[in-house]
Ligand binder design. Structure first.
Ligand SMILES: Cc1cc2nc3c(=O)[nH]c(=O)nc-3n(C[C@H](O)[C@H](O)[C@H](O)COP(=O)(O)OP(=O)(O)OC[C@H]3O[C@@H](n4cnc5c(N)ncnc54)[C@H](O)[C@@H]3O)c2cc1C
Length: 400
């Protein structure tokens, strides 16, 4: 979004391609973002206004790039848009939705709960329309939907649409996905209900999330009084992600603040290998060091098990004290790391990737530039600076 507005505001036509039905990427799914702790809607709304008011920007959601041919100054791009099945200018109202019973996993909320098969993706939906999950919609609900929805608002005959566009330069900002916590078998994700990931924590804390913003433990809906964060859950581990994911320490420190804001008695323990909060982020960490309800333990968690009450017992060595305690918690948050989306869905043109799928440095193709987490794990501030830099590079290509 940043690259698009920066290039368009100096006079270039931009086409923004997004595979989801909403804009805002991973950031819009967080409760607040560090270091300022403002809601993600802050910067997002400014960018949306810039996009809406700029006729040079065209946005295609539910769209992916299928093929790129040509070269700098003269790329030809083939795109594919998935059907939304909801058409027109107005979204469906509640009276239509409440007559349907089909459900699908709530992917926006990290699959904590479900949504209807006809769902509104998020406040940042673009365009502001519901989407039909065709696979999840029962035949009976499909009939009801076509009967009760206002005329012209549903088109179940929609199919995938292919189209082409020409571009002088391409910016890749395909971002990241979380490392699959189920692969960390010793950390019991998916086996113990009260072991969650840091992205689930973002959604539990968000007012628009599945619990309306109150952090509750999944097994019994109780507020957790005693929470552990397990750092480097997959990252800096030769068996999983050998690299540092860069933002997980700050994410856990931020989430410790969510918990402390909701419960002044909440106790938090952060198990870490190293705390990495560089530059201006260091003071965020130092503030938390002064909180007597937050304990930092240097030690890599080796295992998690649970008792009859779904409380969690950690196997860990405190390497500074030289002790092997077996602390118990109500809730454990795994600080899972960042995997580039390009690791398993490379851009359809031959680019230079590092061993993990990041476009680390130049792309190797003139006229193609990368920004943000497609290049390396990074925070929002770095991603937006790189997006501005990529926009400048793209403009230079067009003027060459
Ligand atoms: C738990 C956690 C908490 C975090 N909290 C913070 C925080 O508080 N502050 C902070 O500064 N940073 C935070 N971060 C880091 C932050 O999420 C990233 O810096 C940010 O998401 C990077 O933005 P991006 O645009 O590079 O990628 P993304 O946010 O991943 O955006 C990429 C976009 O590209 C789309 N896309 C992907 N592939 C395709 C494709 N093939 N075709 C079309 N579209 C595609 C995606 O749907 C998405 O919309 C956190 C990270 C984690 C893990």
């Amino acid at each position: 979004m940043t690259a698009a507005v920066e290039a368009a505001e100096v006079g270039y036509s931009v086409v923004l391609i997004e595979k989801e039905a909403f804009l805002g990427g991973r950031v819009i799914r967080s409760h607040k973002y560090f270091p300022k702790m403002c809601p993600p809607s802050c910067g997002f709304e400014i960018n949306v206004r810039r996009i809406r008011s700029n006729p040079r920007i065209t946005v295609h959601t539910l769209t992916t790039v299928e093929e790129i041919t040509g070269s700098a100054g003269d790329f030809r791009v083939r795109l594919k848009t998935s059907p939304r099945y909801v058409t027109g200018n107005h979204s469906l109202d509640g009276s239509v939705i409440e007559q349907l019973s089909s459900e699908r996993p709530d992917t926006f909320n990290m699959e904590i709960g479900t949504t209807g098969a006809v769902y509104y993706p998020h406040d940042s939906a673009w365009p502001p329309l519901h989407v039909v999950d065709r696979e999840a919609l029962s035949e009976a609900d499909m009939l009801t939907l076509t009967e009760v929805a206002p005329p012209g608002s549903i088109d179940m005959g929609q199919t995938e649409e292919e189209f082409h566009l020409d571009a002088g330069a391409i910016i890749i900002a395909t971002g990241w996905r979380p490392y699959d916590a189920a692969k960390l078998e010793n950390l019991a994700f998916g086996q113990c209900p009260n072991v969650i990931t840091n992205l689930m924590m973002e959604r539990l804390a968000a007012p628009g999330g599945p619990t309306g913003g109150t952090i509750l433990r999944p097994s019994d809906g109780e507020a957790p009084g005693n929470v552990a964060f397990v750092q480097c859950a997959g990252s800096r581990d030769e068996n999983h992600l050998p690299y540092c994911s860069g933002v997980c320490c700050m994410a856990s420190l931020k989430q410790a603040r969510y918990l402390r804001e909701q419960d002044e008695d909440a106790k938090i323990t952060i198990f870490y290998i190293d705390i990495r909060t560089i530059g201006r982020l260091e003071s965020f960490y130092h503030d938390l060091l002064e909180d007597e309800n937050i304990t930092f333990v240097k030690g890599k968690v080796a295992g998690i098990s649970e008792d009859d009450g779904n409380n969690l017992i950690l196997e860990v060595e405190d390497t500074i004290a030289g002790e092997k305690p077996t602390p118990q918690f109500d809730l454990v948050v795994l600080a899972t790391g960042i995997v580039p989306n390009t690791a398993d869905a490379p851009v359809p043109i031959e680019l230079e990737y590092d061993d993990y799928g990041f476009i680390d440095g130049g792309t190797g193709v003139e006229g193609v530039h990368a920004a943000g987490c497609s290049r390396h794990p990074c925070d929002v501030s770095t991603a937006t600076k790189e997006a501005t830099a990529a926009a400048l590079k793209a403009i230079q290509d067009l003027n060459r």
